[in-house]
Design a protein around this ligand. Structure first.
Ligand code: PXP
Length: 244
């Protein structure tokens, strides 16, 4: 299972003072040197963390998988095609939200994705992943659209208030992963994952290809440094792979 590190919050820290550091591209280089399989960034419409220049530098520097997380606006699709990363993860984006708050409502956006978004991206060969809550209907619609992958939203699992709720969310994620796999869609996961909740997730949810982890990893790195923190996540993932 692969670790993709989301480096948005290195940009958040950089933008807090406008001094130009810490540089997201430097964080990406250190994460890859420590063994991360790739880097994720979310270029938001309001440019609150990652900036256009970061995207150019990340494209030039990242050697592993580069995952461009974005809302499906015409502006972002234009930048995506110019950047030509391996993967784009389409997410809903709200101006007031602190972070992405849930998966795409595919029933709502299906016609727009079918008629505008997919025809604009597909010819480029960039893989399309859809960020989804673990719902059967959304996964079936992702298949109908021809998505290459889905990223299961793990936020409800990560934020579950009780053991029972956590168990319920885990089972939903498990069923969703099995269904996506049966439909021939790659399964990724992300949001709210950390060193504590990752082991149980990967034990219970099968067929996970990549996990995308940002806030908890970058926060832990303040105390441990990025290399040690990245290696701790990789250790969890490799222990699991060894048992398969
Ligand atoms: N995956 C998606 C689609 C996201 O929007 C985010 C947050 O930017 C993440 C993964 C990473 O979440 P976190 O920062 O909570 O690890």
């Amino acid at each position: 299972m692969e670790l993709l590190v989301n480096i948005d919050h290195v940009a958040t820290l950089r933008n807090a003072r406008g001094e130009g550091y810490p540089r997201p591209v430097e964080a990406a280089r250190v994460c890859e040197e420590a063994g991360a399989n790739g880097i994720v960034f979310h270029l938001r419409g309001d440019r609150r963390h990652i900036l256009d220049q970061d995207v150019i530098e990340l494209k030039e520097t990242v050697k592993g998988t580069l995952d461009f997380e974005m809302a499906a606006t015409d502006e972002m699709i234009g930048i995506l095609i110019k950047t030509n990363p391996h993967l784009c993860t389409l997410v809903p984006e709200g101006r007031e939200e602190l972070t992405t708050e849930g998966g795409l409502n595919l029933e709502l956006v299906f016609d727009d994705f079918k008629n505008r978004v997919f025809p604009a991206i597909k010819p480029s060969g960039i893989e399309i992943s859809l960020f989804l809550d673990p719902n059967r209907k959304d996964i079936e619609l992702a298949k109908e659209l021809g998505a290459d992958a889905i990223e299961l939203h793990t936020g409800n699992y990560a934020n579950a208030a009780t053991k029972k709720e956590q168990q319920h969310e885990l089972l939903r994620l498990r069923e969703a992963a099995i269904l996506a796999h049966q439909l021939g869609i790659k399964v990724n996961a992300g949001h709210g994952l950390n060193l504590q909740n990752l082991p149980t997730l990967i034990e219970v949810v099968p067929y996970l290809n990549e996990v995308s982890i940002g806030h908890a990893l970058i926060s832990q790195a303040v105390f441990w440094g990025l290399p040690k923190t990245v290696k701790s996540y990789i250790e969890i993932l490799s222990l699991h792979d060894d048992l398969q």
